[in-house]
Design a protein. Structure first.
Length: 301
């Protein structure tokens, strides 16, 4: 059942990606990197079919990814997404208004980022991976040791510069904005909106402070011994995770238990297990297939 959900998510992600290119990107020549950006540039120069151009670039990229990034496991899910997202552009365009639904470049850039991010987030949640220039970026990172974010920037940056020279620098600026929104929305879809707070407490009354937090707020506390390097005095260091709505309550509890404590509150994105969301796989990733044998082998090493 899990595999069926994965492939359904990948299919929906591919359909949304095709819709995004046909409705927001291509009609207004916004090329935010990737094979879709290459396709939009070549389509503008030659008039060739956008789907055909995208498929022509994605096929060799799939072969490269198959060879260097994961074999058949990579290919199965990437191929499904690629066929739908690339081959479906011309098909979807037949049912959409010619020239999109708005002539406002800003609106199209924003919504292209939002819709593209939704597509990418669903793809990742389904354990899939698109072909596109992400494969070149990952291969470049593997061969050179360059950070992946820099590899993506180099590859997509070249495409955006070409689009700027062909269309306009204004179009390139909109493409960069689209790319930025795309990443933010993809993270949101993949990880969810929840933001939690992480608290670190340095105190000389660890048992009292931890007991107050556990009793009054109901959250677990992890403790270890630390040393102040200025005074060389030992202290208890406590760690706990709470919901952001309970920051003021935590502050009051710590202040009452030990007014001399140091309380540092940071921001986290997700907390799984215990009192938070269940720590269990919702969508299986093709890259993770651990068994008890795998775990035992890892412990042995």
């Amino acid at each position: 059942m899990g595999a069926v959900v994965d492939y359904l998510l990948i299919s929906v992600a591919g359909l949304i990606a095709a819709l995004n290119v046909a409705l927001f990107l291509a009609p207004h020549r916004i090329a935010p990197g990737g094979v879709s950006g290459i396709g939009i540039i070549i389509n503008a120069i030659t008039g060739w079919s956008l789907s055909l151009v995208m498929l022509s670039f994605n096929v060799p990229l799939l072969a490269l990814g198959f060879r260097m990034l994961g074999g058949w496991r990579f290919l199965r899910r990437s191929l499904l997404y690629t066929i739908i997202s690339s081959g479906g552009v011309d098909i979807v365009a037949r049912f959409l208004p010619h020239g999109g639904i708005s002539n406002d470049l800003l609106l199209n850039a924003i919504y292209a980022g939002v819709v593209g991010g939704v597509s990418a987030g669903l793809l990742y949640r389904g354990g899939g991976a698109g072909a596109s220039t992400g494969i070149i970026s990952r291969v470049l990172q593997r061969l050179t040791g360059m950070p992946l974010s820099q590899a993506y920037l180099c590859v997509d940056g070249v495409i955006i510069v070409f689009a700027a020279l062909l269309f306009s620098w204004e179009a390139a600026m909109y493409a960069l904005m689209t790319l930025f929104i795309w990443g933010l929305v993809a993270d949101y879809v993949l990880e969810g909106p929840g933001v939690i707070r992480i608290a670190t407490i340095v105190t000389d009354h660890g048992d009292r402070v931890a007991g107050a937090i556990m009793k009054q707020l109901g959250y677990g506390v992890t403790a270890w011994r630390g040393e102040g390097k200025f005074t060389h005095q030992p202290h208890d260091v406590l760690f706990t995770t709470i919901n952001r709505s309970q920051v003021n309550e935590l502050r009051e509890v710590v202040a009452a238990a030990d007014p001399g404590a140091l309380l540092v509150i940071g921001q986290g994105h997700q907390a799984l297990g215990q009192r938070f969301r269940p720590l269990q796989p919702r969508f299986r990733s093709p890259n993770i297939a651990l068994t008890t044998d795998d775990v035992a082998d890892g412990e042995a090493r």
